[in-house]
Design a protein around this ligand. Structure first.
Ligand code: SF4
Length: 293
């Protein structure tokens, strides 16, 4: 794994993701290296190919100083926007314990009493280190990505991410600390269409961990993502490879949508945006959220 320290020119960016106004990525790259990661394009500007995703990490060593400077310049009305950490990296991947960039940025948000929602999305229990800051911000919530309750599936697809079982415990710890939580069940793995009992188990465990709202997304299998997915699928049996081929179809998504609707009702869970998001529809969803009918 190659670690590179860099000085970034800017930090806070306008977000293209639904319901977030701004996004901060303190790192470029992500050592967790999930096979399905849509963010593998993010290293292109640094000359990195998608197949290198997970093998490098660029650390924006001046991220905290940039956050301080850019937040100071942000007009009052803009500070009401939702700030996401992060969209194309995990803000609590292992190197955060050394660099403490996410922690420093949260401290800057706390210093100015940032009034908008600060939204965290991670797979890492390191987030509990910052419970003191998260509970002192005016508005904060923490999302944990959990795609499966089977640790062997997690290890297969989410190569170096903390095990799913550990993430569930982290959600419970955050709940116990009084922090609003949500779970990102994304991507929805193809085998849930034929084994809905596994998704049933996952949603049940989320409820046990104190989650009341989930954000779900269908798997994104655009060509550049398939380049990496194909690497992990090569040695899999035919039926698994076939399931990932089928997952690109509208029929598959409709089948999963029906299963999800039934299970959400059974578990009493709210679905963020009232729909399972599909990457091709993100633009339409953003417009709907911006101008509700
Ligand atoms: S943790 Fe998130 S950003 Fe990192 S590789 Fe996995 S999906 Fe991508």
């Amino acid at each position: 794994m190659e670690l590179v320290e860099i000085e970034a020119k800017t930090l806070i960016q306008k977000s293209k993701t639904p319901s977030n106004d701004y996004v901060i990525n303190p790192y470029t790259g992500c050592v967790l290296g999930c096979a399905y990661c849509f963010a593998s394009f993010a290293g292109r500007q640094l000359g990195r190919s998608v197949t290198e995703w997970g093998d490098y990490l660029y650390v924006k060593t001046n991220a905290v100083a940039l956050a301080r400077k850019e937040l100071a310049k942000m007009p009052e009305d803009k500070r009401r926007g939702t700030m996401l950490l992060s969209s194309v990296t995990d803000p609590y991947q292992g190197h955060e314990t050394k660099y403490r960039l996410t922690r420093g940025i949260l401290r800057e948000l706390k210093t100015i009493e940032y009034p908008g929602l600060v939204r965290i999305l991670t797979k890492s229990p390191v987030v509990t280190r910052d419970i003191d800051l998260l509970t002192s911000l005016p508005r904060a919530e923490v999302g944990m990505t959990v795609t499966t309750t089977e640790d062997k599936v997690s290890r297969w697809l989410e190569v170096r991410a903390p095990l799913a079982s550990r993430r569930l415990r982290t959600l419970a710890e955050l709940r116990d600390a009084g922090i609003p939580t949500y779970a990102f069940v994304g991507p929805l793995l193809p085998h849930f269409a034929t084994q809905p009992e596994l998704l049933d188990d996952l949603l049940g465990r989320l409820v046990e961990a104190g989650v009341s709202e989930v954000f779900m997304e269908h798997i994104n299998l655009k060509r550049y993502i398939r380049e990496r997915m194909d690497q992990v699928l090569t040695d899999e049996p035919d039926d698994v490879r076939e399931a990932y081929l089928q997952a690109r179809t509208k029929e598959h998504r409709e089948q999963l949508d029906a299963i999800v609707a039934d299970l959400l009702t059974r578990h009493g869970l709210r679905l963020r945006f009232d729909e399972v998001v599909h990457h091709d529809d993100n633009e339409a969803l953003r417009h709907r959220l911006a101008s509700p009918a």
